[in-house]
Design a protein around this ligand. Structure first.
Ligand code: PMP
Length: 284
């Protein structure tokens, strides 16, 4: 089946799908995005993603390209036309096309692009054996709560992780506190069993997976502490894990080469991973 993309009102073969060279997304990273998981043709946590999308648009004063019900129709159509049973949808909305000038153009219309593709589920080995993270300085701007397409520090950070043989890089602020991964949220479990993750301030993206996992924890009575934690605290933690739409929930067994706990996926991480996979419809 050949791939189809939705671009500014049209369904086009992926190879022909394009936006203009004066699109402000291309020139200024003046746009926002979302990535949703598709499981069994169903869009996981669709409402939470749409709420976050509207929040990002609102913060940047980019008008929504269409109503929510129309957005939902386009997403389903893109999934259907690409025959995606298990995979992702990518949505991107930029401020639109206009002659290059920093201030907002008067007449630009937002440009909305949606693509979908099949993806292999994350390797179960990662969930079983756990993953490694490194730590790097957080060099991003002060509005990381906006899901902007401006991702250069995240790109450089993920590349640093790859080159170090790690899955992810945890970004660290000036107070030695972990903000988040380059495309994931960061969590630890303290020696006395509290699950800690940074509160959703402007230093992190409020992950939809993070919200879903918080919800599971509240329902199941876990001890939860939404506060920042330092790298030293993470290295001394009993467990650590990360969450995102594409990674699900993965236990972390090494930080900067040092083992977390006994160097094996922690009990709570494994239990929460199972509960999240049920929530996402991946596991029964
Ligand atoms: N933080 C950042 C910087 C991200 O890019 C992502 C992935 N979009 C996340 C956290 C996790 O968010 P979600 O659970 O919504 O995928």
């Amino acid at each position: 089946m050949s791939r189809i993309a939705y671009v500014a009102g049209q369904y086009l073969p992926h190879r022909q799908a394009a936006v203009h060279i004066e699109d402000r997304g291309y020139q200024f990273a003046d746009g926002v995005y979302e990535v949703l998981a598709v499981v069994g043709g169903h869009l996981v946590d669709e409402e939470l993603h749409l709420t976050r999308l509207h929040r990002s648009l609102g913060e940047l004063r980019i008008p929504a390209p269409m109503s929510n019900s129309a957005l939902k129709v386009v997403m389903r159509e893109v999934v259907r036309r690409n025959g995606v049973d298990r995979g992702i949808i990518y949505l991107q909305i930029t401020r639109g096309q206009a002659p290059r000038e920093h201030a907002f153009p008067k007449a630009a219309k937002p440009v909305f692009v949606a693509t979908s593709r099949r993806t292999k589920p994350p390797d179960p080995k990662l969930g079983r054996d756990g993953i490694a993270v490194i730590t790097i300085p957080d060099i991003r701007w002060q509005r990381c709560d906006i899901k902007s397409v401006s991702l250069l520090p995240n790109v450089l950070g993920k590349q640093a992780a790859r080159e170090a043989g790690a899955y992810e890089a945890w970004q660290v602020d000036r107070n030695e506190q972990v903000t988040e991964g380059t495309s994931t949220n960061a969590w630890i479990v303290t020696a006395d069993g509290a699950v800690v993750t940074r509160a959703a301030d402007s230093a992190i993206l409020s992950g939809v997976t993070r919200l879903a996992v918080l919800d599971i924890m509240r329902r199941e009575g876990y001890r939860l502490d939404e506060r920042p934690f330092t790298v030293a605290e993470a290295k001394a933690a009993r467990e650590a894990f990360l969450t995102s739409t594409t990674a699900d929930l993965l236990p972390i067994v090494r930080i900067d080469g040092e083992p977390v706990g006994d160097g094996k996926p922690g009990q709570l991480s494994v239990k929460l991973r199972e509960a999240y996979l049920v929530h996402a419809g991946v596991a029964a």
